[in-house]
Ligand binder design. Structure first.
Ligand SMILES: Nc1ncnc2c1ncn2[C@@H]1O[C@H](COP(=O)(O)OP(=O)(O)OP(=O)(O)O)[C@@H](O)[C@H]1O
Ligand SMILES: [Mg+2]
Length: 476
């Protein structure tokens, strides 16, 4: 590959909603429902910060909305290695909270254990999301770019879907690519719950609104395998670079994206004929292949890709080949749908259980369980059956260390100082404010700016305040 420039710097963040249940430790019913379990999980956070919406030392956001899906939004990342580490740090933060909550339950003599699930469908059939955020330039044709991405979002599930067991039209269980595909109702919309679009077009850039927009993609499955996260975000970043450099995908617009997204999910051979807007038809594999070829040509002509970006292109190609040939084992260490399918297939072959057997459902759920000591991922990773692109130490470190190259560095430093000195700090994505009635709020509208003397001054003011026992201290 012989281009010359790096990909344009782009802010990327991933928000994950987690499923939560409290499994009974006896034969009786669960000791608490999902709402109660979520509140038990967030209890120490609410005690400490008097809020269920806090920013962390990693620069990310921990959040419990109404309802029962605790959420972690990663800090702003502009390197794929940081995104992988921060995304995993979110799982670790949640798992630590669950450990603490389970210890409190045990102290109270409650026989039940809280489990956190990184999937997209709860036992009652309610869906919840994993959202990707990509900074895009306002000067580009956002609407057209957003529309242009729909065919990619419809078909990328054959690579980055998390895999799902669902009944077919005759009620028989079968394996499909995505949990989220059936939960999506529109291509583009500014409403998220009613319309369930693939891209949420609400204009909230968390940055200078004259220059930027935030592409808010809400159709993806949550990822367990780092390979899935890498390919999901890395392919989108490269596609956006291609489009922002004048690339065009409009000849691949689909006639009926909503119908297509369901058809793609349920055809494991990815050979279904999808109708294009111009009347031609194309299979999901061929459509993805076409995207990959254009992006690869763009990379070769213009870009000097990073090591992880090379791996994105490599995995993209191998993933398509695995689907086309039906030899999914080739990517079973890298892509969720293939990893889970291999696990379930081995189990059904060994035991003779069918896909609709409750034991198979439990095994599938264990793949998504991120609670310490419960889920399968750590074991699969240790055994080399799931590939780690970023080692566990780096992910652990990201729990308290924000990305170094974006404004998250400033936010993380300020949050850490406020926690250490027990000072009240108001934080959101674009500002920091010490609640002492003296310091002026610091506005951080440039997400690429990782060094800022105003934040240095704020940290110094915090040190001064922290020394003064009367000022700004929170009640113990
Ligand atoms: N300028 C930006 N461009 C792209 N992504 C950004 C930018 N600023 C922040 N982000 C990322 O966007 C995500 C915002 O998460 P958050 O959960 O607050 O989303 P939201 O869409 O604002 O809110 P909600 O979940 O309440 O609907 C984070 O992952 C963050 O890193
Ligand atoms: Mg969110």
């Amino acid at each position: 590959m012989s281009g010359s420039r790096p990909t344009a710097r782009r802010i990327i963040g991933i928000e994950t909603e987690y499923g939560i249940t409290c499994a009974s430790g006896t034969a009786g019913p669960p000791p608490m429902d999902a709402d109660q379990a979520a509140r038990a999980l967030f209890d120490p956070i609410i005690q400490r910060g008097r809020s269920s919406n806090v920013f962390t030392r990693s620069g990310g956001r921990l959040y419990l909305d109404v309802g029962s899906h605790p959420e972690y939004a990663t800090a702003e990342c502009d390197r794929l290695e940081d995104l992988l580490a921060q995304d995993r740090a979110g799982d670790l933060i949640m798992a630590d909270l669950a450990d603490q909550a389970n210890a409190r339950l045990e102290d109270r003599g409650v026989t039940g254990r809280i489990h956190l699930l990184k999937n997209n469908l709860d036992a009652e059939g309610n869906g919840f999301g994993c959202h990707e955020n990509y900074l895009v330039r306002r000067s580009g044709s956002f609407w057209q770019d957003a529309q242009t991405l729909v065919p990619h979002l419809v078909t990328r599930q054959i690579l980055v879907g998390a895999g799902h067991i669902a009944p077919d039209a005759r009620g028989r269980a079968r394996y499909c690519f995505s949990q989220r595909a059936d939960q999506t109702w529109e291509a583009l919309s500014a409403a998220t719950t009613r319309a369930r679009p693939m891209i949420n077009t609400r204009d909230e850039p968390h940055a200078d609104a004259e220059r930027y927009r935030r592409m808010h993609i809400i159709v993806g499955d949550s990822s367990i395998a780092q390979g899935s996260t890498l390919l999901k975000a890395g392919a989108m970043d490269l596609l956006l670079d291609y489009l922002e450099s004048g690339g065009d995908l409009s000849d691949l617009a689909l006639a009926e994206p909503m119908r297509a997204i369901r058809e793609v999910s349920s055809d494991l051979r990815a050979a279904v004929a999808l109708e294009l807007a111009d009347g031609r038809t194309i299979t999901p594999v061929d459509l993805q292949h076409e995207h990959l070829e254009r992006v690869t040509a763009h990379v070769q002509a213009e870009l000097d890709p990073t090591d992880l970006q090379r791996q994105v292109l490599d995995l993209w190609g191998r993933g398509l080949e695995a689907v086309r040939s039906g030899r999914y084992e080739a990517v079973a260490a890298e892509l969720d749908w293939a990893a889970k399918l291999q696990l379930l297939t081995r189990y059904t072959q060994r035991t003779g259980a069918r896909l609709d057997d409750p034991r198979v459902a439990r095994l599938a759920l264990a793949y998504h369980d991120v609670t310490s000591g419960e889920g399968l991922r750590p074991r699969l990773e240790r055994a080399g059956l799931l590939r780690r692109y970023i080692d566990q130490e780096a992910c652990r470190a990201a729990v308290t260390r924000p990305p170094a190259t974006t404004r998250a560095r400033l936010r993380g430093a300020a949050v850490a100082r406020a926690e250490d000195l027990r000072l009240d700090l108001s934080v959101d994505w674009v500002s920091l404010r010490l609640d002492d009635g003296v310091c002026r709020p610091v506005s951080l509208t440039d997400p690429f700016r990782a060094v800022d003397e105003r934040v240095d001054a704020l940290l110094a003011a915090m040190d001064d305040r922290g020394l003064d026992p009367g000022a700004g201290m929170r009640p113990a």
